[in-house]
Design a protein around this ligand. Structure first.
Ligand code: FES
Ligand code: FES
Length: 404
């Protein structure tokens, strides 16, 4: 057990909790704040949304021990909040609830949206609220209610924005919008790493956002110790480039059109995503854009994605800025959400960078190719194991580090 001290709805709380207890259970079972609902316990539905240190967060995937010292507001703590009062009125007048199970999380998310953004079209409100699911009302009333309050935004006292965030934030763009992500990437562009190793990823560079076309987008950069002309020429050989990505294989290329496949080993399953896409290379700016879609018939899963990369000569090597956007539907869709997906794509990018450097240097991709010319299937089970183990270690480091 661990002792935690925190503030809940303005009241100081001191409690003993098991390290495994998630915040939603702690709030409901120990503090009897049952307005925080639990739906999926996977961070998908948004029923458990609460406010932690001024930012909305999923309490079902936030450990209570992480909240030691935090200031938490549950739905019971918003009674005197003018923006929330206005939202309650609007939800009532627009019939934006039926059973009400989703409503606490829904209006906490709506309050956060109105705090951050105004003047959105109904379709944009739906997009922003897509991290909260309602199983019975339908979304027309919810969208209308939020639109009604958003129209009065200038006259309402808006809660301040906070920087500190503990739990995973629900909803697209909740933490970082596409605009400020690209600004951050632009700010970062051209800055050589302090002590660039031969191949490097920017530390913590995998910024995640949700783009307007519904793709979860990650940005990374790698630095390879070769001049930009050589790297650009190498990247024109798509077959070799595909072999650098674990599990990927180029099947056919006809001008800008490409066909390929990606095999992912998931325990006893090895789904094979086969699909097609298009590549556009801009020789003048040494940048390229690849878009495509693929399907695995075995798991009835579909993927679509976009890769954009640009090269920059740093004088000592070439920096490659990479933006990967992806969306999965079907049985494998759980891999398209949250920190695990971000970490997984970060590791994939790292493997790609190492293989790329090996190939450019003439040593061949480190991952090795299979007999059919493609690289071995991506062992996502092994990768996920490493990812999850890495996250468990960081959580325990946070818990026990604070005690020392
Ligand atoms: Fe569904 Fe937490 S219970 S997101
Ligand atoms: Fe019933 Fe949304 S009102 S789940």
């Amino acid at each position: 057990m661990k002792t935690i001290n925190l503030t809940v709805n303005g009241q100081p709380v001191c409690a003993e909790v098991e390290p495994r207890t998630h915040l939603a259970d702690f709030l409901r079972e120990q503090l009897r704040l049952t307005g925080t609902h639990i739906g999926c316990e996977h961070g998908i539905c948004g029923a458990c949304t609460v406010d932690i240190n001024g930012e909305m967060s999923r309490s079902c995937i936030t450990f209570a021990v992480q909240c030691d010292g935090a200031d938490i507001t549950t739905i019971e703590g918003f009674d005197d909040d003018p923006l929330m009062a206005r939202l309650r009125e609007a939800f009532t007048s627009e019939h934006a609830l039926q059973c009400g199970y989703c409503t606490p999380g829904m209006i906490i998310a709506a309050r956060d949206l109105i705090r951050r953004k105004g003047a959105l079209e109904p379709q944009q409100i739906r997009y922003e609220m897509s991290g909260n699911l309602c199983r019975c009302t339908g979304y027309a009333g919810i969208t209308a209610a939020i639109g009604q309050v958003m129209a009065e935004r200038d006259a309402l006292p808006l809660p301040p924005a906070h920087e500190a965030c503990i739990g995973p934030a629900p909803g697209p763009g909740a933490k970082r919008t596409a605009q400020n992500t690209s600004n951050a990437a632009a700010d970062d562009a051209g800055k050589p790493d302090d002590d660039s190793p031969s191949t490097s990823l920017s530390p913590g560079a995998a910024f995640e956002t949700f783009s307007e076309d519904g793709l979860t987008t990650l940005t990374e950069h790698v630095i390879v110790p070769h001049d930009a002309d050589r790297v650009w020429a190498f990247l024109g050989d798509l077959e070799t480039v595909a072999a650098c990505l674990p599990g990927a294989r180029l099947i056919q290329q006809d001008g800008d059109l490409i066909a390929g496949e990606m095999r992912v080993k998931l325990g006893p399953m090895t789904p094979r995503f086969a699909g097609e896409g298009m590549i556009r290379r801009d020789d003048e700016n040494r940048s390229a854009r690849i878009v495509g879609h693929a399907k695995d018939t075995g798991s009835a899963s579909r993927a679509r994605g976009r890769i954009v990369y640009a090269l920059q000569d740093t004088g000592e090597g070439t920096r490659i800025d990479i933006e990967i956007g992806y969306a999965l539907t079907g049985a494998l869709a759980q891999f398209s959400r949250g920190a695990i997906a971000k970490d997984l794509v970060g590791r994939l990018t790292r493997a790609f960078a190492e293989n790329l450097q090996g190939a450019i240097s003439g040593n061949g991709p480190a991952a090795g190719g299979s007999a059919d010319g493609g690289s071995d299937a991506l062992d996502a089970g092994g990768l996920l194991g490493a990812v999850i183990w890495g996250q468990i270690k960081s959580i325990f480091a946070a818990i026990f580090g604070r005690r020392n």
